[in-house]
Write a protein of this length. Structure first.
Length: 156
């Protein structure tokens, strides 16, 4: 189970106790916001894209949408999301629990500028009923991100 991989990863970092698990689904921005009692824009959603042979994860604010032109300028290819059934194979987490932690080798993580307006955000932890509150510096550190990118719209 993916949450166990994330829990093991966070145990090594001394923050596994901060994982929150819910009796309800947190698989979408709206459901996660309800479970946490926060605004949806503070949910750090993780989107999975195929870039040729490789996979990238874009972590963005809950109210941000991918801007196809910005994405293409950044990654030099069309924004093509992974098919739902391929996500666990490529990423290591199922849809609804995709997060930038404890992902498969070769997956690159990028953080979108839409997150920088918050002190803390809430990414999932590998399951469709989990989250963790992280500061932006913590998200940078624990996600092993490659770079900050500007590939989203509709949030400013």
């Amino acid at each position: 189970m993916s949450i166990e991989k994330v829990r093991a990863y966070f145990t090594q970092l001394g923050i596994a106790g901060r994982i929150q698990e819910f009796d309800v689904s947190s698989a979408t921005v709206e459901l996660a916001a309800q479970a946490l009692g926060v605004e949806g824009k503070r949910i750090a959603k993780t989107l999975s894209f195929l870039t040729g042979e490789n996979c990238v994860l874009i972590v963005a604010a809950g109210d941000a949408k991918i801007d196809n032109a910005k994405y293409k300028a950044q990654f030099h290819c069309k924004a093509k999301m992974l098919p739902h059934d391929a996500v666990p194979e490529y990423i290591g987490h199922a849809v609804g629990g995709v997060c930038p932690f404890a992902v498969r080798e070769g997956v690159s993580v990028y953080l979108d500028q839409s997150l920088k307006r918050f002190e803390t955000v809430f990414p999932a932890c590998g399951s469709s009923n989990s989250a963790i509150e992280l500061t932006i510096p913590e998200l940078e550190r624990y996600s092993g991100y490659e770079a900050w990118v500007d590939v989203c719209k509709d949030w400013a």
